[in-house]
Structures are given as structure tokens and as C-alpha cells.
Ligand binder design. Sequence first.
Ligand SMILES: O=P(O)(O)OC[C@H]1O[C@H](O)[C@H](O)[C@@H](O)[C@@H]1O
Length: 638
Amino acid sequence: MEGKVFQNFNVVQSCYRQNKQFKTRYQREPDLFMSTLLPCPREKMAFNLNSSMRAHTLSKYQFVLSKQRTFYCNATSSSATVPSLDKNDFLKLQNGSDIRGVAVTGVEGEPVSLPEPVTEAIAAAFGQWLLHKKKAESRRLRVSVGHDSRISAQTLLEAVSRGLGVSGLDVVQFGLASTPAMFNSTLTEDESFLCPADGAIMITASHLPYNRNGFKFFTSDGGLGKVDIKNILERAADIYKKLSDENLRKSQRESSSITKVDYMSVYTSGLVKAVRKAAGDLEKPLEGFHIVVDAGNGAGGFFAAKVLEPLGAITSGSQFLEPDGMFPNHIPNPEDKAAMEAITKAVLDNKADLGIIFDTDVDRSAAVDSSGREFNRNRLIALLSAIVLEEHPGTTIVTDSVTSDGLTSFIEKKLGGKHHRFKRGYKNVIDEAIRLNSVGEESHLAIETSGHGALKENHWLDDGAYLMVKILNKLAAARAAGQGSGSKVLTDLVEGLEEPKVALELRLKIDKNHPDLEGSDFREYGEKVLQHVSNSIETNPNLIIAPVNYEGIRVSGFGGWFLLRLSLHDPVLPLNIEVNICIKLNLVSVSKLSLEFFNWTQAQSEDDAVKLGLVVATTVKEFNALDTCALSNLTHSS
Ligand SMILES: O=P(O)(O)OC[C@H]1O[C@H](O)[C@H](O)[C@@H](O)[C@@H]1O
């Protein structure tokens, strides 16, 4: 592996140079350090504007002039003011285990909630949190920072780097990167790439619209969870307040080195090595395979040129590989219908063996076989389960709560594994798999219908690219064993998976301001709705409440099931309904398996879905704060 540090420069505030000893002392005492060193708002805003402009201008020439250069950013006065924000404003930026907000103007009714000063405070807070966590380290800490293709990426990258500098941490900028690569950088042992990083920040808002952005944080223990994110936002609110303290006007800033590193080359070479190893150390195990990639103009374009091509695959027909934060072609999201249609079309048009699609920051993925069948949602889980259960017979597969009944019988009856249907939320699913292992139940795969999937062998990292590597391994191994080419080996692996005829998700909004909430939290109201549905259904002889269920209420009946639960983030009760009428095939002569028969089963399934919808509509009708329009549309569609 060749070390490629292609740019290295230091951002040093001249006024701080005399305080070298200060730095060493306060590195160990972050709170004191922060309260003493934070600059005043006016200086700060000026610093933001000047430093980012100067850094930008200089960096253009640094590539040409030298590999290493030190320059100074002096804060000057400005009339700009930092908007007044309190702890609640910061806490509103939490989205489960991520931070998300509006980073640029342009969408009516969506004011910017993640401006540069807020970003700086959040990054400084992460630095402070990391210093606290790594108290025992005697050396200076470093944090890697990467971003996806969003139009606000560069501005936020600069603000994050300044914020980390405020906390006295060194910054290693990776540029365009994937979320899993950022986590990986906390594990890689290679000093020439300044790895391992003590912490990593990915600037991304996954598949959300162009005006949004946000952050994911990692240490070598994995992604930070909800509790730590809340802690960081609380710290950020305090830091931000101190930024407005006029008494700190004369404060000085820590020096911080910022180094740019081409880390994606390390990460991608790891993926290439994994496939070669699985194929018995063949240099080009995918030679002759035609695989098209759709990156949706996110960060995943690297997969074609840096992973597939070195392995020998033909990638012509790949599309939307260039980063473009306006996402002009489709949303980079395997859960999006238009996105899946686009990759399916590319596979069919190019007569490719396989199609691969990523979300914006490559922590999710899906695939399409040569006939245009999607490996997505339950079918992707079934495929990965089949691969993992071949390697680890009997292992437990942990999934989210909206997986189908057909998947359970496929995993348990066909593959001989155990299906543990847990909660929605990739972090919940991964943490549950880790917990199971810790109490002696072996689990090697945690995967969501959203396309987030993590393997024990890959440090429980939800990596869309690594999921695809597992699929490529299967293709390459089958070819090496002379078991034919193309994607048939994959399609055969999911043979027997029973898929629903009807699968729908309705998202029923709770009006947070409705008087029926009586000032209470929407979650409390949502829980009341769920309790009421449960009580009403208990006595219904046509319906069975799932005895083991980890969120909301899951009910079977009318040839299918529904799950009503509280959204992880929004004032919404998502309702999933799936129906697959079961016909005993031995009672139906093969001649009847015609289009007519297919249409009949479809119509029956739709009727059953409506019946399940009606059950919910009837039981929730007294809850006036719940918007049931989507349910009415369904039940009146029959
Ligand atoms: O609860 P919901 O609103 O349906 O959202 C649930 C989803 O939220 C985010 O997108 C997470 O990344 C997913 O892991 C999770 O499944």
C-alpha cells in the first residue's frame, strides 16, 4: 500500500503561537480549555469568512507550489452577528444517531438550521467529547473528516475543520468519501495515511434533498449512538453560547494542523483484496462479468473504477457516477422507486449480469439480477442471509420490524437459520446483533429493509459497498468452481422466498398542535393510539396479535399482517400492510396458473389489504389528531 498524503498545511492563528504549553495542559482538561479559549462572536464570524476564503484561495496554489505549507488566519472585526440559539434549537438537529439540518437556502419554508457557526460549535463539541473519552491518550488527537457530494459539503468541511481546531485536535481531510470509509479510518493501521484516526466525521444527509446536510460520528467502537449525539449537541449549545460572550473577545485559538489524504484508495484496495481472497487469490476474479453501477450522483461512483474494474469486470453502461449535489437524475436511495427503475433499466439495456445501486453516502445498497429482478428489501436480506448462513450454519439474522412473514419462513425453514425480527433503525438492528453475541447467541448479520446491512466479520459496520462485495464474492467463487456465469447463482439462492402480492406503507401524521394532545408529547399520543388499537383487536377472532414483537403492534389476519408503530424520528405512525394469499398449489391445476389466475390472486390480496386497513381505520377513528387520509384513500379504493 502506498502512502499518499497529497497536501499538508497548518492553520495557525498567529496570536496563539505563544501558547504552545497551554495546549498540552488543556488537551487533558477540555472543559476548562473550551471555556478559556473560545473567541467572541464578532471575531468568530469574521474568522469564518476570512479564514474560509483565504484557505480556499491558498489551497488552489498549494497543489502547484508545494506539498506542505503553513499559513495564518487572523480574525478581524466584523459587524456580522451570530443568531441567538438555545439548547432546544441544537437538540432539534438530532435525528436518531445522526445530526441533520438545512444547510443552504433555496427551499421555501425551510430556513437554514445548520449554518457555519453552528457547525463549528458541533465539531468543537465532538472534539471536546473525544478528548474526554480518550483522556488516557498522551498524544495529540486527530479526526478524519469526509463528505458526500452535497453542494454545502465544502463550506461545512471548512467549518468542521475550524471547530475541531478550536478544541485543539488535528484534522485529516479525506474529501469525497463514503460513510463506511470514515469509520474504517478509525481502524486502519497506516501512519502514512495518518491512520488510525481517533475519531471520524462524515458530512452527509444520506438521501435527503439537496438543501440538507448533517453529520455522522465514529470512533473505533463504531458509530456514535443517540445518547452520545445528545451529549454532543448539549455541549455544542454551551460552546455556541460562549461564542457570544463578549468577555471572551480576546481569547485565543488553538493551533490545528489540517492534512489532506487520499484515504479512499486505502479503503477501496481493501474491498478489492477481499474479493480476490474469496476467489482463491485470483487477480481478476470478475473477468468477463458485466456489472453496471448507479451512484445517483452521490459518493459511490468509485465502486466502478476503483473496485470492479481492477477485479476484471466490465462496467460500461454505469451511470450517474459523477458527484452532483443537486442529484439531477434520481434520488440516490435504493428505497426510491425511480432509483430502482433506473438501475433496472441500465441492467436490461446493457444486457449486464448485475446492477448495483448505492445511496448518497454508500452505507446502503441494493442490486438487480440480469433479468431485472431486484435484490432489494426482503429479497436483499434473503440473499445475504443465504450467503451468511452457508458460512455460519444456524446463525441468527437480525432484521428490522417491517420484514415479511415470507422472509422468516425462508430463513428458518429453507436456510436453517433463526430470524430475529427486531426494531426499525439500522443502529438498533446492529446493536441488537452485538448484544445477542454478548449473551451467547451467535449472530453474523444485522440488516434492514432500507438496505443498511452489517456483518460481524466487518466490525459491524453498515457498509453498502461491503454488502455488494459479499455478493461479488459469491459470483467470483461460483465462476471459479465452474458453476456457470452471470447472476443466476444469486437468483437461485433466493429461490423459494415467498414474496407479498401487496406491500404498502402508509405514514399517518400526528398533528403536534392539535388540542387533543393536551400539550403532551406526540410520542405519548402515539403510544395511546397503539394501546387502543391493541385493546380493540384483542377480542377480534379474525386477528392475532404477534406474541413477540419489539415495537408497535403487529397483527396477522386476512391472509397477511400489519404493523403500526411510532416513527423513530417524526410525529408519524407508519403503517405497513402486506398480503400474500396462500393457495395450495396441489389443488390448482397448472393450466390455471395463467394471467387470469394471477390477476385473481392479486385482486384477492388487494381486498385483504383493504380489510386490514379497515381494521386500523375503525380502531383509530376517535383519534382526531391523527391524519388518516391515506387510510381513507386505501379503504375507499376497493
Ligand atoms: O421510523 P421511520 O420514520 O420509518 O424511519 C426509520 C429509518 O430512519 C432512518 O432513515 C434510518 O437511517 C433507518 O435506519 C430507519 O429505518
